[in-house]
Design a protein around this ligand. Sequence first.
Ligand code: FA5
Length: 352
Amino acid sequence: MNLEQIKQSAFKEIEESRDLKSLEGLRIKYLGRKSQLVEILHSLKDVPLNQRQKIGPVANVLKKELDELIKNRKAELREDEGSKKIDLSRPAQKISRGHFHPLTIAEEKICRIFLTMNFSVVEGPEIENEFYNFDALNIPPNHPARDLWNTLWLKTRTDADKTQIDADKTRTKADSVRENLGRNQRQSALLLRTHTSPMQIRYMETHQPPFQIIVPGRVFRYEATDASHEINFYQVEGLMVGSRVSLANFKFIIETFLKKFFGPNIKFRFRPSYFPFVEPGLEVDVWFKDKWLEVMGAGMVARKVFDAVRYNPDQVQGFAFGLGLDRLVKIKYNLPDIRLLYSGDLRFIKQF
Ligand code: FA5
């Protein structure tokens, strides 16, 4: 074979090679010590000078070309074989999926249970005014019962301006607090709702009995935190009003709810208590870790509350309750501390 023939057959075979092993065979065939090309190069020293000058450069160029061609083809074949090596029997990588927060899961579950008992779900504003959060619920200004709820008051624009003016006039703080109080009573100051009970008033103002509703929502209190207290937490208010709604109905509804939420073996008790907007008032405790944990306040809606919404207290009666969602979640998932729910710690959240 002359150089041109070697070139043609080498190029063709290298291009057509299908695996690294046969390519190596071709390398030996065309560039190995005993290959024709290398033999030609070796024998150059024996040929006359004029021929050597003609053949030498062409043979050397061809050697370089073949080297290059084999190198490139090798790289291509390696890549092909690499992709063939995917092991389809290997277990797939786990795809991590997002999910709802435990408080959301519990809220939905609670809503579903009450929906099956014919309750409707409504919601109300987180920013409330003093009238709905307190006055209409029979907690007048300066009444000691207001201390039950440590309130986060909102500074309105005029409050802020006024503080500045007061500061300018170097009046005492007590002076401005007293003035603010007087004005708030007239204007109904804004606050972050301390409970979901204001929705009792808002709902009754715009609806006529009979009805039964629940109101899930976020509430806020200015108080020290611990394993069962947060400054912001969730409640679900309940309100059922009709001509003959009784405390027995309340007890039945709550017992049914607790058994559906926790299972039939849940241990709970009703205990007398006081809230200005119910008469009689009670609280519900659930047995958790060898202790009673309070989970809700409740009672029969007070006559004064019906007065505030212009219902006739001689014609309607009803019960109301406000349950602590965080506490129910604490019991259900056996949590050491409700503050974990707000920690944003993924090691905690991912367990649900
Ligand atoms: C109330 O807020 C009343 N509005 C409940 C009510 C409604 C009574 C209707 C009568 C009629 P109380 O402050 O006790 O009551 O709170 C109710 C529930 O919220 C408590 O039983 C508890 O489960 C939960 N709770 C109260 N404070 C906190 C807090 N700081 N952190 C987490 N949960 C709380």
